[in-house]
Design a protein around this ligand. Sequence first.
Ligand code: SER
Length: 880
Amino acid sequence: MSSTPQYLSGNDIRALFLDFYTQRGHQPLPSASLVPEDPTVLLTIAGMLPFKPIFLGQRTPEFKRATTSQKCIRTNDIENVGRTKRHHTFFEMLGNFSFGDYFKAQAIAWGWEISTQVFGISPQNLVVSVFEEDDEAFAIWRDNIGVNEKRIKRMGADDNFWVSGPTGPCGPCSEIYYDFHPELGDDNIDLEDDTRFIEFYNLVFMQYNRDVSGNLTPLQNKNIDTGMGLERMAQILQKKPNNYETDLIFPIIETAAKIAKIDYHQSDENTKISLKVIGDHVRSVVHMIADEIRASNVGRGYVLRRLIRRVVRHGRLIGISGEFINQVAETAISLSESVYPNLRKREAPIKAELQREEVNFLKTLDRGEKLLAEIIETVKQQGQKSITGESAFTLYDTYGFPLELTQEVAEENNLTVDVEGFNAEMQKQIERAKAAHETIDLTVQGSLDKLAEHIHSTDFIGYTATATTAKIEVLLVSGVSEEAAEAGTEVQIVLDKTPFYAESGGQIGDKGYISGDGILIRIEDVKKESDFFIHFGRIERGTIRIGDHVTAQIDTACRRRAQANHTATHLLQAALKKVVDEGISQAGSLVSFDRLRFDFNCPRALTAEEVQQIEELVNTWISEAHAAKVEVLPIAEAKAKGAVAMFGEKYGDDVRVIDFPGVSMELCGGTHVSNTAEIGVFKIISEAGVASGVRRIEAVSGAAILDYLNVRDKVVKDLSDRFKVKPEEIPDRITTLQTELRNSEKQIESLKAQIAIVKSDSLLQTAETVGEHKIIIAQMEDVDAESLKAAAERLLQKIGNGAVVLGSVPEAGKVSIVAAFSLEVNKKSVQAGKFVGTIAKICGGGGGGKPNLAQAGGRDATKLPEALETAKNDLLAALK
Ligand code: SER
C-alpha cells in the first residue's frame, strides 16, 4: 500500500541527508561558493562542480567520500520560474560523492534506503529510470532492490546521460521519481507527466570525460555524483502543490504579499507567478551578494542585476510602488542564516547593494515610462496603429517593462504591440546569452582536458627569468592536437616550463619568441587553462614538432611596461584609499603594455582636486624609490598583516604578497617592478563611471607615457596649425568659433523664413473665393517646416477670412504640411488640427495642433499633390 510520508521541514531534510551519508563514511563539507573555481562556468550549477578537478584526476582528494548541501544557481530556465511547479534560479542540491570508491550497486542501495527508510516514502510511490544501455543498473534495481520491472524505465541520453557541460566529466545516470498517483497503475507510466511524477534524486555514474568532438574517454576512476533537490523533497514531504509553497520559500512570498496587501491563496494566476518569482529570485540575490558578487553589466554581475530587476518589476506588477526588496531579503536571510551564517555576517553589504540597485532601477522604470509615452506619441503622429517589436523589446530589456505592461498602456491609447516582432527580438537575445555563456575557448579547453592526464602543469619561472630552454609538450592547431606544424601556421603551444606570464589578475600575457634549430615562433599572447600556459603564436620559420627542445624568450621591453603599469595600479589603489576613502575596493583592472585601467567601488565621481592629489601622491611614492618585498605567505598571515585582497577573488592556501613597505601591500600573482623608481612617472588620463557604484580610472606610466604624450602633442600641434594660434590660445579660439557658428545659424533661419514669406506673396494671387471666405492651397519648394508655418500665418493675415494650406518637401523622404484657418472657418466646423491630420495621412504620416494653426508630417512626397487636392475639395465642400 502506498502511504503518505511524514512532514519534514527543509532544515530537517538537509540534516537527515547529511547525517545518513556521514554515518556511511562520507566527509560532510560546507557548501562551496556560488562563484566557481572552474572558469568555464559562470556560477555553481551543481553539487559536483567543486569536485570537477577530482573527477578529472587533476586533484587528489583528501577523502574518498563526501557529502554536501550545495547552493546552486541556474538561469537557463529563468522564464519558467513561477510558471511551473519546480523551476528555480536558486536551489540547494544534496549530494553524496564517491571518488573512485563505491560505485553503482552501493549508490543505488543507499539511494533507495534513504528515500524509503529515512524519508519514509513508500516503495509504491517510487519509480526509477536508467540509461537505456545500462543493463547493469536495470538489474541492480530489479534484483538487488526488488523493484518491479514495470517501474524501471529505460530512457535515452537526453534524460539519463548526465553531462556537466559541452565537455567534461559525465556518465549514465539513474533517477528516482516520486509518484503522486500510484493508483493509476504500472502500465501507463510516463515520467514526463509532471502532474503525476517528480524526479527528486539523480545518481550519476561518473565514469567518462567528454571532449569537444563528443568522444568519451574513461576517467581514471569510476565515481559517484548524486543530486537530490532539497526543494523538491520538501514539496513531497510537506505535501505541497509546488516547491514555492514549502517552508524553504513560502515565508518570503508571504512577506511580499503582505507588502502588496494581498493574499497569495486568493490571488489570480499572474499574481501568484509574480509572488513565486520574488520568492525564488530573492534567495538567489542574497546568496550571490553574500558570495561577493556585485551587480554589473557583465558576467555574474549581470545575472545578479537581472534577478534584482525582475524582483522589483514583479513587485510593481502586484501593486508595490516603492522600495521593498530589503524587507523580502530580510525574510530570506532569516530563513537560511542558521545554515549559511555568512548571510547575516554580510547583511550590511547585501542590503546596501540591493537598495542601490533597486533605487536605480526604479529610476530606470520611470525613464522607461517616459520613453513609452514618447514612442506612443511618435507612433500616433506617423499614423501607425502598432508599437514595433523592437521598441517593446527595448522597453523590456533596458527598462524592465514586461510585454503585458507595454500592451496595456498601448491599448489605453488604441494601439497594439507587434508581439511577433517582440518574440523575435527575445529569441535573438537568448541566442546572444547562450553565446556569452561559452566564455572560454572550449576547443582548446577540450583538447587540454584530454591531454591533462599525460602532461604536467606548466612550470612558470617568469618572476625571475626572462628566457629559458624548454620542451614543447602540447601543440594545437585550431584547438586540435597535432604532432607537427609548418611555417605560416597559427599554433597554441604548451611548454614544460616558461618565462611567459599568462593573462591573469588583469595583467595581459607576455609577447615574445619561441625559437630553436631553424625555427621561430612569434608569440602574441599567453593564456592559462587550469595549470597549463598556452602560448598563442604563429610559426615564422621551420617546422615544429612535439618534443622539440626550444628557447622561450619574452619581449622584455613589453614586460617592463606591463610591470610599471601593474605596480602603478597598486599605488593607485593605495592613493585612492588615502585621498578618497579607506573603504574603496577594487572592482576590476586591466594592465597592458600601453596603459592601465582600474575599476573601483565608489558611489560618486571624484573631484578634479582629488584626481590631482591622487596623481601627485603616486608620483611622490615613485620618486621616493620604495623597494619591493615579494613573499609567499599563508593566506591568514597575509591578511593579518593587512595585505589588500581583491573582493570576490579566490585565493589558495598560500598567497603571493607584493609589499612596498609603508605604501602598498596586496595579494597578487602579477609581475612588478623591483623599485617604484622604475615606474618613472604616472599620469591619470580619465576618471568616469562605468556602472552604478563603480568608477574607472585610466592612466599611463613608465615608458608608455612617452607614447601618450607624443599622440597628444601631435593633436595639439595640428590644432594650433589649423587655427593659426598658440597652443594655449586654442580653447578661446574654439569658443569664438562656436559663437560665430551659432549666430550664423540663427541668421540662416531667419533668412529662410523671409524668403518663404516673399515666395508666398506670389501665392496671394492664387486665392480662390468660396462664399465669404478665401482659400489658398499650394505646394512650396525648398521650404522647411518652420518657414512654411511663417508663410501660412502671413498669408492668412493678408486674406483675413479664410483658410491656407501649404505643403513642402524640405528633404527627401519628408513631407511638411501646415494649415492656418481663420475664426470664421472654424465656425463652419473645420479645425486646422483635425484637418491637417487627415490630409497628412495620405502622405503616410500624421500630426495635429490647434483649431487655427496646425502642422503635420509625412514620408511619401509623391502623394503631396494628391493630399493638397483632397484638402482643396474638402475645404470647398465644407465652406460652400
Ligand atoms: N550532477 C548531477 C545533477 O546535477 C547529480 O548531482 O543532476
